[in-house]
Structures are given as C-alpha cells and as structure tokens.
Ligand binder design. Sequence first.
Ligand code: ATP
Length: 365
Amino acid sequence: MPAQQAGTRAAALFAARLTFEGVERRYGDFFALHHVDLDIAAGEVVCLLGPSGCGKTTLLRIASGIEKPSGGRVLINDREVAGPNAFVPPERRSVGLMFQDFALFPHLTILQNVAFGLKRMPLEEARREALAVLTRVGLQKLAEQYPHTLSGGQQQRVALARAIVPRPSVMMMDEPFSGLDVQLRDEMQEETLALLRETRATSLIVTHHPEEAMRLGDRIAVLRAGRVVQFDKAETLYDHPRDLLVARMFSEINEVTYKVLDGSIETPLGRLAAPKGMNSGELAVVCIRERGVEVSASGQGLPGRVLHVRFLGDIDLLEIGVQGFEAPLRVRTPHYAKWMKGAEVGIEVDPARLLVFPAVNEGSA
Ligand code: ATP
C-alpha cells in the first residue's frame, strides 16, 4: 500500500515555504537528481514538468519524506526536514500526498477512506471532518459507498478530499489528472486548483503536460535528466525559453538550421545574431512560431504559396512554401481568414519573436 498523507491533523493550517537546497539522489553511480535548488513560496502552486524518468517523482518522495536525499537539504519554513542535520519523518512534516491512481482503499467506504487521514483524531470528530470535506467536493451522498462504485472523476475527488482533510501545509500530487478523460480533466483541474487556493496549501504537482502545467502552476520547474533546467512563470517559459527543448515544450515551432558565420546567421528573414559563445561553422536553430507568422495577400513580406490547409477548429494549420526556405513553414491562422490551397501569399515574421538556439544533439536530448 503506498504511503498516505500525514496521520495527524495540523492544529491550524500554516502556510509553508518549501526549499530544496542542492538536493541529490543517487542510486549507485546513477544520479536521479543532480543538485536541485528550488525555493517555493508559502501558498504557491508549482508544477514539476518533464519527460519520463527525469526525477519528478523522486523529488516529491524526497519532499514528503518517503525517501531520503543522498545530498543537500530540504527545508519547510526554513526548518531542515531532510539533510545532514535532521530527518523529519513524513507524518511530522504536515504534507499531503495524492497519487496518479488515487490509491483508494477498496475495502473502506468513501467516508472511511477520507477519515483515514485523521487516524489520530477521535472517531466521531474524524467522521465529521471527513464528511465536511466530502461535502465540499460534492460527494456527501456517496459517503457510505465503496470506491469501485464511483466514476473516475468521483474517485479523484475522494482522493483529493483524503489528502486535504488533515489540512497539510504542503500538498504533493503525482500526475493527479492523468487517469481522467480530457473533458473531465479540465473540470477537475479547475476544481482542484480552487480547493488548493482555498486551503492555502503550498503545492507541488507533477505533470507530463505543458498545457496542464501552464494552467495550474504559478511557476513551473522544467526538469531534464535529474536537473532543473528552468524555473519560471509560464509567460517567461513561453517568451524566453532557456533552450530549444524548453521552447519545443511550450509552443509549436518551425525549426530551421543554419551555420553560424562570424557571430551571426543569414536567413531569408534577415541577419540574426547567433547565441552568445557560438563559433563560426557551428549549427544554430532558428525557431519560427507557428502562431507568429503574419499571412497576407501577396505583395507584403516574403512571397509564398499555400500548399496545404488543415482545419483544426478555430484555427487552420497551413503549410506554406516560402521563398528562401527549403521546407514548407507550418503556420497557424484563424479559421475565418479562410486561406485556400494554392493561394499566393506574403509572409512576415516579427524578428523580435524569433528564437535562436544552438542545435541539440538529438541523441543526447
Ligand atoms: P515518470 O514520469 O515516468 O513517473 P519521473 O520523472 O517521475 O518519471 P522518477 O520516478 O523520479 O522519474 O525516476 C528518476 C530516475 O531514477 C529514473 O531513471 C528511475 O529509473 C530512477 N530510479 C527511481 N527509483 C529508483 C530506485 N529505487 N533504484 C534505482 N533507480 C531508481
């Protein structure tokens, strides 16, 4: 059975700052986490985003106390809870945990599942508290039912109620929405966020999905191979991604590769500055956002021809052959613009919206 949230109820909820200082986790020679520094403000909602195996769950497990770091420190409200000087067990950290599969106890009723987080409270009081939280998530009528009789969304609400009922100062959720279908996911994201804000819990949410992270997180920590690559607000990650891989996560882009010559890159869109430190002959990638291209009747900008139009609802995805580019550019335009296959067009790109990065070795990415 996976570890559950703290067994005691915080007497009063206090907002908690959560700090990782140089946290490492090694398994033999393998580093699951390399020197992770993150400072999360009290009441802040932070998403951990990254590909499978990058260390997201390990970081949650270390913050909750299920696992110990091999190096570095974790602090809650400036008090060391894991590190060379101290180790505070999970039940004394005031942390709540919620898992991807919800991990409800099949042999307990919904009410008993929620009250489980309040083991140390007198039974009647625990039932009262549990019922109050179930009412808050709209499930009081199902209190005496068993988990298998509930829909996915209802089970998610029970898991959330169980994690929140001890009023943890820090809430940690490991891919809490991945088991839900898309429509339900949207609804549950909104509800969960509202509840987290209400309880003022500092929250760490693991996700694979950039859109989910943008929607939920006050800030997003992008992890890759055990390192925090960038820790910023969604807008900053979108406007100023630190590297090509982060850029790919947050927007649909055309990537065109050029050789650097004397610190600059010659493109059909004009001469661009190469990233600092790049030498002549090295490869740089120019990123043109699919939503960042202005299409107009021919005559303005670079001449091109619409090769393909794909209807995607509110927007059309166009493929445009553009003079000077070997491959067609993908461009997203509002559907009402109604560009037709074969149309002669002009395209313009604001150079300030272009991103330029050193090319990545895809094998090592
Ligand atoms: P996912 O999104 O697939 O859940 P993740 O980002 O949460 O992945 P972790 O579960 O934190 O990744 O694992 C990080 C790395 O540490 C992985 O390469 C994993 O194989 C390794 N790892 C985790 N636990 C152990 C362990 N007990 N022993 C050895 N290696 C481990």
